[in-house]
Design a protein around this ligand. Structure first.
Ligand SMILES: Cc1cc2nc3c(=O)[nH]c(=O)nc-3n(C[C@H](O)[C@H](O)[C@H](O)COP(=O)(O)OP(=O)(O)OC[C@H]3O[C@@H](n4cnc5c(N)ncnc54)[C@H](O)[C@@H]3O)c2cc1C
Length: 555
């Protein structure tokens, strides 16, 4: 079957309604039901906030606009029956620094959550046939660098030690709301290596990597994550030069059964604590009485009142249209008007009969995560392509994810799910709608490039595919504004105390009674759960208790 015929066959078969996830969340909250908290949107962050509030004894109603909960932490059979694809995120490493997971605060294992820790962590093959594999074992990874340069191997080990030394400081500020506890600057001022880190954080990632490593393979390895939010040559991106060390510590953990198992376990937790979750409930309007937000109204005309507060995870671009403009204030509206998108993803999901097999010494290697970044120059060109809205399929940087290697439950016996994630701008010269015309060609070009590294992926191994352009990614979830992976740029103008807007970084919104969490809030996107837990810290304080007190309570 030719690729095109195969694709057409797939689209007919693939899009039948599928009931992968076990929870039945459809239903009506009886009109007489009373809720303390109404939550608009069911991404992992808002579910985390709701879970802590439910544990505190507040009755929560969660309203999700889509047919299924989870937002960008969702798994679905989008190609063929039995192939469970993560529709967005797969790697959950960042959430492992969150006290939610680190201290097992909600015991989500009791609600079905189980993680797998892939080893190797990441494989990075290069066009000349060489490769660097990151293994969970540090010595083994260092040996991979030593194939290219003894100096670079020593640098990798040194940077790992530097990272381990400072990680508790980064974690303390990431997993606390702004203004709760010491700021990063205050913490660095007290730290023995604080001055070293002040300089590193202000530098560009590229400056650090170029000056620390001498070999271009090692430099390309260190730069291989364009998805780390900001172009590597921009000032104040220095922390992303240390990105590989977080996953050296934690691997890139995968929930067993699919990324969506995280949000499903949170939903089970909320329901077990007297909460209600309704799907197909797109919130369209905030109900404001006497200047206070007291509930929400949905597209279908239903309305739900909250006795204590409304919590939103609606994108700020949409949220401001849901209440009279004057309630937000000029500063907040200016923050929304000037909000910028971040890197945009281009995704193809495949149902395959084999995983990618990358040639290595003595045979082939199949790794859950593989990243293709040919050279440092290619990494640096990335920002330019975005700036001029150019679709660039020349040596496209790709992230290839095959979860079924480590988790066979994701596909029928012997089969595999493969995600090929590329990065292309949403705004095209012809306008974003042009993506509907060109997306199949871009997907074909990505596959052609991938085959240079995994020649086993011939047409006969491909059972089905589904392509998501940056425009489709926005269509899937309004939080992916303009195809943004993290809801919006995490450049300095939208970071720290300026996320979402200067003056509004503490999850309390200008309309009293309304709180906001999710990727538009501090510290931003990715599966960190930080906005979710931090919002719970603020809300519980406002309600006269604390997260510590709630966690001390018996289940
Ligand atoms: C293709 C892709 C791949 C990614 N891969 C990774 C990865 O591997 N690792 C990683 O850490 N991060 C990854 N990310 C980023 C990460 O998935 C997101 O930043 C994160 O999941 C955002 O979570 P959230 O809870 O803030 O919001 P979301 O998950 O976006 O949830 C928001 C929810 O609110 C709902 N909603 C919005 N508006 C309304 C409304 N008006 N009414 C009712 N409901 C509404 C949405 O439908 C959605 O369910 C990826 C993102 C993308 C797009």
């Amino acid at each position: 079957m030719s690729p095109m015929t195969r694709r057409e066959f797939v689209q007919g078969a693939a899009l039948a309604p599928l009931a992968l996830q076990s929870l039945s969340l459809e239903g009506k909250a009886p009109p007489t039901d009373r809720f303390d908290i109404v939550v608009a949107g069911a991404g992992h962050n808002s579910l985390i906030t709701a879970a802590y509030l439910a544990k505190a004894g507040y009755r929560c109603l969660v309203l999700e606009g889509r047919p299924r909960i989870g937002g960008c932490v969702k798994t679905a059979e989008t190609t063929l029956r039995g192939f469970k694809h993560d529709t967005c995120s797969s790697a959950h490493n960042s959430i492992f620094d969150n006290p939610l997971m680190r201290d097992d605060e909600l015991k989500l294992g009791d609600y079905g959550l189980e993680y797998i820790y892939p080893d190797p962590v990441i494989h990075r093959p290069f066009p000349d046939g060489s490769y660097i594999t990151q293994w969970r074992d540090l010595d083994r990874t260092v040996a991979e660098f030593a194939k290219f340069s003894k100096k670079d191997a020593a640098a990798y080990r040194r940077m790992m030690a530097d990272y381990e030394n400072i990680a508790p400081v980064f974690d303390a500020v990431t997993f606390a709301p702004i203004g709760f506890g010491k700021s990063l600057n205050d913490r660095l001022a007290e730290h023995p290596k604080g001055k070293f880190w002040q300089r590193r954080l202000a530098m560009s990632a590229w400056d650090i990597i170029r000056d620390t490593f001498e070999d271009d393979h090692c430099r390309a390895f260190m730069l291989a994550s364009p998805w780390s939010n900001q172009p590597a040559q921009f000032p104040m991106t220095g922390r992303t030069a240390y990105g590989p060390f977080q996953q050296q510590l934690h691997s890139r953990p995968l929930p067993k059964g699919g990324s969506g198992e995280l949000t499903q376990s949170l939903a089970r937790f909320i329901q077990a604590h007297d909460g209600v979750i309704l799907t197909n409930k797109s919130v369209q309007r905030l109900i404001v009485e006497n200047g206070k937000c007291v509930g929400v109204e949905c597209e279908d005309g239903s309305a739900y009142r909250a006795e204590k507060a409304v919590l939103s995870t609606i994108h700020v671009k949409d949220l401001v249209n849901m209440a009279p403009r004057e309630l937000w204030g000029d500063d907040f509206l200016d923050g929304v008007n000037t909000w910028q998108a971040d890197y945009q993803a281009f995704e193809t999901d495949y149902a395959m009969t084999e995983p990618p097999k990358y040639p290595v010494q003595g045979g082939t290697l199949s790794s859950v995560h593989t990243e293709l970044m040919s050279t440092p120059e290619r990494a640096l060109r990335f920002a330019y392509d975005y700036a001029i809205n150019a679709v660039d399929v020349d040596e496209p940087p790709l992230h290839v994810i095959c979860c079924s290697i480590a988790d066979p439950s994701r596909a029928p016996a012997g089969m595999h799910t493969v995600k090929v994630l590329g990065y292309q701008p949403y705004d095209l010269k012809e306008g974003p709608q042009h993506w509907d015309v060109i997306k199949d060609r871009v997907s074909d070009a990505n596959l052609k490039y991938l085959r240079q590294f995994a020649p086993n992926l011939t047409d006969d191994k491909i059972l089905a595919r589904i392509v998501h352009s940056p425009l489709d990614i926005e269509r899937q979830n309004p939080m992916n504004w303009h195809g943004s992976i993290h809801a919006g740029s995490t450049g300095p103008a939208q970071s720290g105390a300026m996320r979402p807007m200067p003056g509004w970084a503490q999850y309390r919104m200008p309309v009293p009674g309304l709180y906001q969490t999710g990727a538009t809030t501090y510290p931003g996107g990715s599966v960190t759960g930080a906005p979710g837990r931090n919002a719970a810290v603020v809300m519980l304080k406002d309600f006269g208790t604390s997260i510590e007190e709630v966690l001390r309570k018996k289940a």
